[in-house]
Design a binder for this molecule. Sequence first.
Ligand SMILES: Cc1cc2nc3c(=O)[nH]c(=O)nc-3n(C[C@H](O)[C@H](O)[C@H](O)COP(=O)(O)OP(=O)(O)OC[C@H]3O[C@@H](n4cnc5c(N)ncnc54)[C@H](O)[C@@H]3O)c2cc1C
Length: 459
Amino acid sequence: MSTRPAPQSFPVSVETLVIGAGAAGMVAALSAQEASQEVLVLERDAVPAGSTALSAGLIPAAGTAQQRAAGIEDSPARFAEDIQRKAHGEADPALVRALTEAIPEAVAWLTDGLGLPLTLVEDFDYPGHSRRRMHGLPDRAGASLVDALRSLCEARDIPIVCDRRVETLFTDAAGEVAGAAARLPDGTAEEIGARRVILACNGYGGDKARVARHMPQIAEALYFGHAGNTGEALGWAEALGLKTAQLGAYQGHGNVAHPHGILITWAVITEGGVQVNAEGRRFWNEAQGYSEAARAVLAQPGGQAFTIFDARIAGVARQFADFRAAEAQGAVRRAETPEALAKLFDLPAEALARTMAEAEAARASGAADTFGRHFGATPPLAPPYCGVRVTGALFHTQGGLAVTPEARAVRADGRAMHSLFAAGGAAVGVSGSGDSGYLSGNGLLAAVGLGRIAGRQPL
Ligand SMILES: Cc1cc2nc3c(=O)[nH]c(=O)nc-3n(C[C@H](O)[C@H](O)[C@H](O)COP(=O)(O)OP(=O)(O)OC[C@H]3O[C@@H](n4cnc5c(N)ncnc54)[C@H](O)[C@@H]3O)c2cc1C
């Protein structure tokens, strides 16, 4: 990717050019059009999908109508506290505030304004969230969210031109961005002028060299995000001398069914399940969160673990399309006793039975177990028991372009750009500097929240 001085004129020009058609790009495009701007979206793939389509499509928001209907009292300030607690206080407070205040409006706009039937996940907690505040489409599938956003763009005649990998940003004499050039599959290039550009092309999880440089601890793990997220936004930021932040931050996940490669919702843990290694022993406090679980699981023999839960919990998890797919593919196995479950996964039966008994004793006592985990009010695991072999993976990067609360890119000297914005995974997130600062939903919070903010900015 490169930056070049803008040509004298462009064959085509638009007011707002959006690069990338994931949640961030399409929310930005819909919002910009609503602000009466002429919008064009360029997408490298043949069909928009992105990491958004791989996700559960759950958007965290505090103070929504869905929460009020469920009797849940919540506020952006409380949500902001939860984000900072998980991020060890390392997230930019101005960005946290902007996102937590923008997101309830965005959810209401998606629901009431655009007609997406977003409902609240009411039946289980996500680690680190002091209130239930995840909103998603009924099938809890990000693919449905992407498809719904694309249909909304199509219905509003917002052009999403696919098979256009943007490689170059054009700059004017003032160092502002004036357009972009995209490569077509036949090798030719198209140049498009723009009064402003919104980078919505996610992060650098698909760029092995950048992952190795910025987050070596996860470099050897499976990358479970969208392969086309190869870090162009970061490359342009470097070329333009823009500020970037927290490049070592990422979201991992330690509950990916192996070898099936299907995400198993962390609800199986928060509802009371545990993880054991090939020796049938627990190895950490799973309640800390699923992002840091990737490292914990990868450190076990064979880089694998076994997540143990029961049929009641499977019933909760079944609301996720991914979990249903995992069951259909035989990744989730059941047995009437711990010993029989151990046999299914070739685990030492006695050790697994002892581990499960110890976990039940800790649960019954109400005190923290030896790893510091409190099981809270979760009921004891009961037969039939369920298990799934899992591994750890890198889901997406959380570092990126530093942005103002208006989603504007920032120059090295701290001045905000007039013409360049970043949203979603292209921008720095609110997850601190490593893997343990990621609060569930931070990904789509930044995609939908910053997409909405960026899209609404005036020309
Ligand atoms: C398995 C999985 C589960 C997840 N679950 C959740 C969840 O439930 N909740 C949550 O908040 N987050 C979740 N996340 C994270 C979340 O998916 C992302 O943070 C979010 O989708 C990012 O949205 P985006 O629009 O920035 O990026 P994307 O959805 O990845 O979209 C970026 C788009 O830009 C395109 N693109 C890239 N480079 C170029 C280029 N040079 N030119 C043109 N187009 C380009 C890509 O093809 C892609 O379509 C999950 C992630 C994964 C991988």
